[in-house]
Design a protein around this ligand. Structure first.
Ligand code: SAM
Length: 256
């Protein structure tokens, strides 16, 4: 489908629809989840704006590649956060090899890309509520047949995605506000809601759940970050082995 004719379905999230309209995708129809057309939009000026935004995001990707983050991490006594490539190795080490992947928070698409390349027979679904980041990744990751990008917050769409899985699934729960243009919902992190959704489905699924940035889990539920104990209780209640490695909480179903 030509980009000009693309239809973006959003989960009744008018904020996202507004974003699409502001970015001015030519001939783009933005529809709600119910199929009601919210906007038919036609603009060429908006295209230039989109191009500038995408160039800015590409610059960020290249900066990340050039930055000697590993050296910095070593010189700072291995204090978190670990560099991206160290974190992705943890995902690779503990995941169920036969499982599909769901990531919350695509951001620049680095981990999405890593997962699609490392697990070529898995379906990698990534949720990103920010429309600019979503459209950037649509373009950046277009070559990967096994990636599905969803322009929605996990509160709105994770339940559907998990419900559609039939046996084994790996979840990289990393969707939270992180400054800059990233999406900010009612709370900084939707992790409690995400864990509830997974728990409802767990009786029929084998899961490996990775929760990033565990150092931030201080127990101040106003921010959306529960205490680390809450995660441990969740793992025990759901018959998962758990441990923490490289600032990532890993809870894995005991193999039946
Ligand atoms: C730390 S970044 C994700 C990094 C990415 N997962 C990676 O490994 O490279 C957090 C992302 O989560 C997104 N986000 C914020 N709130 C969210 C929510 N409620 N549901 C899903 N994603 C969310 C932000 O827009 C941002 O792009």
């Amino acid at each position: 489908m030509a980009e000009e004719d693309q239809v973006v379905t959003v989960d009744q999230d008018l904020g996202v629809a507004e974003g699409a309209r502001n970015l001015g995708y030519a001939h783009m129809s933005v529809e709600s989840a119910l199929g009601k057309t919210l906007y038919d939009y036609d603009s060429t000026m908006g295209r230039d704006l989109t191009l500038i935004m995408h160039l800015k995001l590409w610059l960020k990707v290249f900066k990340r590649l050039l930055r000697p983050s590993s050296l910095l991490w070593v010189s700072q006594n291995f204090n978190p956060p670990a560099p991206q490539r160290v974190k992705t190795k943890v995902l690779q080490r503990y995941a169920f090899l036969e499982g599909n992947w769901i990531e919350t928070g695509t951001y620049l698409g680095d981990t999405t890309r890593f997962l699609a390349k490392t697990f070529p027979s898995a379906r990698v679904t990534s949720l990103e509520p920010d429309f600019t980041l979503f459209s950037f990744n649509k373009s950046r990751l277009r070559k990967f047949q096994n990636i599905k990008l969803v322009n929605s917050a996990s509160e709105n769409s994770l339940d559907d995605l998990v419900s559609n899985e039939t046996s084994t699934i790996n979840l990289w729960l990393d969707g939270h506000f992180s400054g800059d243009i990233t999406f900010r919902g009612q709370t900084l992190s939707p992790i409690l809601e995400e864990l509830q959704i997974i728990e409802r489905n767990i009786p029929r699924l084998k899961v490996c759940v990775f929760v990033d940035d565990i150092r931030d889990f201080s127990g101040d539920e106003q921010t959306g970050y529960p205490s680390k104990n809450k995660l441990v209780e969740w793992a025990n209640r759901n018959n998962c082995e758990w441990h923490i490695e490289m600032d990532i909480f890993i809870a894995k179903s005991r193999v039946w």
